[in-house]
Design a binder for this molecule. Structure first.
Ligand SMILES: Nc1ncnc2c1ncn2[C@@H]1O[C@H](COP(=O)(O)OP(=O)(O)OP(=O)(O)O)[C@@H](O)[C@H]1O
Length: 444
């Protein structure tokens, strides 16, 4: 068939298109220079006359959309073209596009573009809440609970894996509370040795220990009139748990080496990736402190538990990166999309943001391909793994094998950095990912 139109009479072309549309849906034929050769009647009606024979894509659509269309043609991929919504007023749904090659011998002479109305998005409206973005109803419900809890003085315990937004949640609670004008201070209870943690939390007096050359107020007093965020609170040693409980009950602190109790006015938001109840059952956490801290418990779901957020969040991060200038990524290749959706995301949204940043700098061109994703995306799936003995250097897990809990704890301590977490546990990064992939259930 001569797609230039000389070889096929107009009536025959019309008949062929009608036949094609009867099984392939609305169809547009375009030549190798992306000029429209012909439209079927269904395509004409769907596009409300926006495309005409003889027109180039670049003339019919604004530059960015025309680029996206050309990239889709080259990649021969299905892609949603939300910007075509405007072409069908009254129908707010996006269109999807799928292209097949038209060839003469070995020569590519153009494409047949098949159009379809995209299925309705399964998820509800999106929401950006104090830096936390979602379109999952479960998360939006959580935002409403945060708003309600913020109006009270109740202690809040936030539970969630590393990178799920626990600190952002704590900050939202502070900002929305009557203490918003006061300080917000955060301390990670897993990051410091017990003695350092004690003096960081409660302060010390001059001469309390070697190196204590002057008085130090400690976080409780520094957060006076505001909010103190105790991250990884389950890692607090038992003796400090007793001291913390006393502070919460008496509203006063005695600095290390001091005698006088100093009154403090602080609202506590604590966070952990562990099930505190289980820590209590196993004798690692005081029950009375747990009840004191979790007056309002909040649970932040992992990214695996809200897969509908993965690609939209990835898109948002890409747009932010595009806005910095340099490479302009318009979309993901289909295999990249699939890999992003299948990946277990042990470091959750923080990891997703880092992966997007990596891919954005590693590749070039408007399509972010699977090859640009970090190495862990290209590792083979797990097969018959045995639990691992981590050997002497392990510092975290009390048992002989590395469990999911150990991995999450290590990830939390290394801010979602898998290489560091694996090194800490004495296992390979591949093993760490496989382990998470094998059992992607909730912590505890
Ligand atoms: N829902 C979200 N929307 C957008 N960004 C998010 C979301 N959740 C987390 N992030 C991103 O992840 C980063 C980490 O969030 P945050 O520090 O609150 O996590 P966390 O649960 O406290 O992690 P960790 O336990 O490792 O300290 C944030 O800076 C933000 O960029």
């Amino acid at each position: 068939m001569n797609l230039g139109g000389e070889g096929l009479p107009a009536e025959a072309l019309k008949q062929s298109l009608r036949a094609l549309e009867s099984f392939a849906g609305p169809t547009v034929l375009i030549d190798a220079q992306t000029r429209v050769l012909a439209l079927g009647a269904q395509a004409h009606s769907l596009l409300k006359g926006r495309l005409k024979p003889g027109q180039r894509l670049a003339e019919a659509f604004e530059a960015r959309l025309a680029d996206t269309l050309r990239a889709a043609l080259r990649a021969r991929e299905e892609l949603p073209i939300a910007a075509l919504e405007a072409a069908s007023p009254g129908s707010p749904r996006a269109l999807r596009l799928r292209a097949t090659d038209l060839t003469e011998g070995n020569r590519s002479v153009g494409w047949a573009i098949h159009l379809a109305v995209a299925p309705e998005a399964p998820d509800g409206p999106e929401e950006l809440f104090h830096g936390l973005w979602t379109q999952e109803p479960q998360m939006r419900q959580l935002f409403r609970t945060i708003e309600r809890a913020a109006r009270t003085e109740a202690s809040v315990l936030v539970r969630g894996e590393s990178g799920t937004g626990k600190e952002l949640t704590a900050y939202a609670l502070h900002t929305l509370s009557s203490r918003a004008k006061g300080p917000f201070r955060a301390i990670n209870c897993a990051a410091l040795s017990p003695s350092l943690l004690e003096s960081e939390l409660f302060g010390h007096v001059r001469g309390a220990f070697t190196g204590a050359v002057r008085d130090s107020p400690g976080h409780f007093r520094l957060a006076g009139g505001g909010t103190l965020f105790l991250d990884e609170v389950a890692e607090l040693p038992l003796e400090l748990q007793a001291k913390l409980l006393r502070v919460l009950e008496t509203h006063s602190v005695i600095p290390v080496g001091g005698r006088e109790a100093i009154s403090v006015d602080v609202r506590i938001v604590a966070a952990t990736h562990r099930a505190l109840r289980r820590e209590v059952e196993q004798g690692r956490f005081r029950a009375d402190l747990m009840y004191r801290l979790r007056v309002v418990p909040l649970f932040l779901p992992s990214l695996r538990e809200r897969p509908g957020d993965i690609l939209p969040l990835a898109d948002r991060f890409l747009k932010d990166l595009n806005a910095r200038g340099g490479r302009q990524v318009l979309r993901f290749s289909a295999p990249a999309r699939r890999l992003l959706q299948e990946y277990p995301w042990p470091g959750n949204v923080r990891e997703l943001r880092n992966v997007m940043e990596y891919a954005h700098v590693m590749g070039e061109g408007p399509v972010l391909s699977e090859a640009e994703l970090p190495p862990e995306f290209h590792e083979p799936p797990a097969t018959g793994l045995k639990p691992l003995n981590t050997g002497a250097p392990r510092r975290l897990a009390p048992s002989a094998t590395v469990g999911l809990d150990d991995i999450r704890r290590a990830l939390s301590q290394t801010q979602g950095n898998r290489a560091k977490a694996a090194a800490l546990l004495g296992i390979s990064r591949i093993t760490l990912w496989r382990r998470l992939r094998q059992d992607p259930g909730k912590t505890g």
